[in-house]
Design a protein around this ligand. Structure first.
Ligand code: DAH
Length: 339
């Protein structure tokens, strides 16, 4: 039996030494030391030995097993080192190889228009204000002189979260927030998303963008409003652009007006973009209603102001010749690539 053990020891050592990879090594370990391995089988056969022989053989088997275990560990380390070395040699990186082209994106038309408008108003000394899209009804309506029975408050127009909280249906609530927190002089614009329960078609979307403007100071008059908006229209839509004001009604301004600009595609002759009118409706505006000033802690006897608000999609669509508003929200890269 001693010879048998010695032979197993000898064979296994040779095999381990000439082993070429980790898989082969682990197979070998099973072959010799596994449950049915050659050395294990010898141990199992010890029952047939005499009591004197047993300890002798037992310790011999243990000795061989320890040696083998050590040898397996050593070989495993060696093979791992070799594999790593091979990988490092074969997986070298060619730093001179041309890289994959990274495609540069472009700004969304809406973002572009907002950026342009911001530049124009920053140039006139305005600051950019911000407000929440999930807004208290009190800011979206009450403080803006829009009473509880006003049709704009109807659930058919406005998304209600609770009776008191809405998705803002206009950027005008930012006016109230700014006036409450800031003393005049105030000169702000506020671009942002607004929400209305409209169904989607080529010219409507339940989410769209507006830009709000507010100026409050001593002696602000309608001429300031007209001059400012004329300047804005020329800078945004071209120096030849004309602007006209039509009387209108908004609860938060008195007097109120809507402003149209001469069509910047046909120059006023009439075309597809202006639907033959020569004019394009641009925005709502007016002198801030004394009630609104009062609601926001500003004395209307001392201060006056003007405000305006317009939709960004309409300007982007006219400027870029986009005929369907849905294109702006579909995020189709083939569309977006064009701008
Ligand atoms: N909030 C109005 C709307 O969504 C637009 C507007 C009109 C804003 C007149 C104003 C304003 O600030 O003075 O239709």
């Amino acid at each position: 039996m001693k010879e048998e053990i010695a032979k197993i020891g000898e064979n296994s050592k040779n095999e381990i030494n000439s082993c070429k990879d980790l898989k082969q090594l682990s197979d070998l370990k099973v072959k010799y030391l596994g449950k049915k391995g050659e050395l294990t089988v010898v141990l199992r056969g010890m029952g047939s030995l005499s009591p004197e022989e047993r300890p002798v053989i037992g310790s011999l088997v243990n000795q061989v097993r320890d040696e083998l275990n050590e040898l397996f560990d050593k070989k495993e380390k060696e093979l791992k080192q070799e594999e790593l070395k091979k990988r490092l040699e074969t997986e070298n990186i060619d730093v001179t190889e041309p890289s994959k082209k990274i495609e540069l994106g472009s700004l969304h038309p809406i973002t572009q228009v907002i950026g342009e408008v911001e530049e124009i108003f920053l140039g006139m000394g305005y600051e950019i204000a911000d407000g929440p899209e999930v807004e208290k009804a009190i800011y979206n309506f009450d403080k803006l002189n829009t009473p509880p029975d006003h049709p704009a408050r109807d659930v058919q127009d406005t998304f209600y979260i609770t009776d008191d909280i809405v998705l803002r249906s206009q950027t005008s609530p930012v006016q109230a927030r700014v006036m409450e927190n800031q003393k005049p002089p105030i000169k702000i614009i506020c671009p942002g998303k607004v929400y209305r329960s409209d169904s989607i078609d080529a010219t409507h979307s339940p989410v769209f963008h507006q830009i709000e403007g507010l100026v409050v100071d001593k002696n602000i008059s309608m001429t300031d409003l007209k001059g400012t908006l004329e300047m804005f229209a020329k800078k945004c839509l071209g120096e030849k652009t004309k602007i006209r004001f039509r009387p209108h009604h908004f609860p938060f301004t008195e007097p109120s007006a809507e402003a149209d600009v001469s069509c910047f595609v046909c120059g006023g002759k009439g075309c597809k973009v202006c639907k033959g009118e020569g004019w394009i409706e641009l925005l709502g505006c007016g002198m801030v209603h004394p009630n609104v000033l009062r609601n926001c802690g500003i004395d209307p006897e001392e201060y006056s102001g003007f405000a305006f608000g317009f939709g960004v999609e309409r300007i982007a669509m006219a400027k870029f010749g986009i005929e369907d508003m849905r294109l702006l929200f579909e995020n189709d890269v083939r569309f977006l690539k064009q701008f």
